[in-house]
Design a protein around this ligand. Structure first.
Ligand SMILES: [Zn+2]
Length: 428
């Protein structure tokens, strides 16, 4: 477990050091070569797994979200192109144990499910992207404990193949950490479905499907500090005002600017949080509501208030484990969740939600002993049965109204979390 805190939200890959040329495919139909190492019996994939279905669905998931299409053909090709300026032009998806493929994982100190190697030209057009499933790891499609979920892994890597970088929204498919089945005692299927943050990111690159009449609008933002300087490396995110669902998040750049694109028309609440390692960070704050309309860019210029930050949340937990991965929950049930961070005191903080669909069960807040580096508290939350699927944030607040958020770390999913502490009537 590491104590580094992710600060990026959805982000792009860039062709240049100044981060101005975003990587993306020029054509909206992308040819993919599926290695027969995946279609034939393979010792790294649990026997009986639905490999063809997992491959098909993971590409379709992105096709449904944005204006891209894939053409998949199978071949007996095994190894990805070696690193360099350009590859062989074929975007390969493989799990073969060849020296070239194994090289991608030789320096790993932690378990990595897969890697994607992208080739692009100086205009930022991707010319090839090869995906290797780690031939040292085990994959499955049925949630087998200790294996990576094949569909979740592929969906994440296809995001890279399309030009997306990692997100810090914990429930996003493009979140930088991907766990195995068994974490929190659950199937790890979360990344199979895209978070709103993934959808905004991919629409920013390729636009929405033509059928989506609601998309897209953008926010052009600038944040400054209380003393008027550029507020750099600040996490900015927006939530759908009505539901509290996290829609997208980004990080301000070196001059305090940020841009969020690919948004459907609607009303959103804007939040900012300083998660950097700098001295004297400011506490989280809200900037109220912003309205987004299709085809329009809304300008957003704000000054951060100077609010002392005295504690931080870094981990969420469930079923006795804490991690940076989002906890998958279902509506109509109650769950005991854990929160870990620096300087948390169960007697001094109160948990809360921006979403109307969560409540904290009174008198369930407990302090737990997890050693001296982090403090952990637990509490029971009740999830309303009509909650829409998606990612939600929670916060801890002190009596002085200082707030710290863990953005998008609760994810409402269709697959079952059977570890609820109680199931209540669906009439609320
Ligand atoms: Zn990744």
């Amino acid at each position: 477990m590491s104590l580094t805190l992710a600060t990026m939200a959805y982000s792009m890959q860039f062709a240049d050091e100044g981060s101005t040329i975003r990587l993306h495919w020029k054509t909206l139909t992308i040819p993919i070569t599926l290695s027969d190492s995946l279609t034939k019996q393979n010792p790294n994939i649990k026997t009986g797994s639905d490999v063809a279905g997992a491959v098909r669905r993971s590409f379709e998931t992105w096709e449904k979200a944005a204006n891209v299409r894939f053409e998949i053909t199978t071949a007996d090709k095994q190894s990805i192109s070696a690193s360099g300026k350009s590859g062989d032009g074929a975007s390969l998806l493989t799990i073969a144990q060849t020296p070239e493929n194994l090289l991608l994982f030789s320096g790993d100190t932690e378990e990595v499910s897969a890697r994607t190697r992208t080739f692009f030209d100086r205009n930022g057009f991707i010319t090839e992207a090869d995906i290797v499933l780690n031939p040292y790891e085990q994959f499955s499609t049925d949630g087998s404990i200790g294996t990576f979920d094949l569909e979740a892994t592929l969906t994440h890597e296809i995001g890279h193949l399309l030009g997306l970088e990692h997100s810090s929204i914990a429930g996003a498919t493009m979140f930088q950490h991907q766990g195995k089945n068994g974490i929190y005692g659950l199937h790890n299927f979360n990344a199979r479905t895209l978070a709103e943050d993934d959808i905004s990111g991919i629409r920013a690159l390729y636009g929405a499907k033509n059928s989506d009449a609601n998309c897209c609008g953008s926010i052009n933002g600038k944040l400054s500090t209380a003393s008027g300087k550029a507020a750099k490396d600040i996490q900015v995110w927006i939530e759908e005002t009505e539901t509290g669902r996290v829609i997208a998040g980004v990080l301000t750049n070196s001059v305090g600017n940020f841009r969020i694109e690919g948004l459907s028309s609607g009303k959103y609440s804007v939040y900012a949080q300083d998660s950097s390692e700098r001295k004297n960070p400011t506490a989280a704050q809200t900037f109220g509501e912003i309205e987004i309309s299709r085809g329009k860019t809304t300008n957003f210029t704000k000054k951060l208030k100077s609010l002392a930050k005295t504690f931080d949340i870094q981990y969420v937990g469930f079923n006795g484990q804490i991690s940076q991965l989002a906890v998958p929950l279902n509506g109509g049930k109650s769950f005991m969740i854990y929160v870990g961070g620096k300087n948390l005191d169960a007697d001094k903080v109160t948990p809360g939600f921006n979403s109307p669909y969560f409540t904290v069960t009174p008198n369930t807040i407990n302090k737990l002993d997890y050693g001296s580096e982090i403090s952990v508290i637990s509490f029971e939350i009740k999830v309303n049965s009509v909650i829409p699927n998606g990612e939600y944030s929670f916060y801890l607040q002190t009596k002085n109204k200082e707030i710290a958020y863990l953005t998008g770390s609760l994810t409402i999913e269709s697959f079952e979390n059977p570890w609820s502490s109680s199931i209540f009537s669906s009439v609320e």
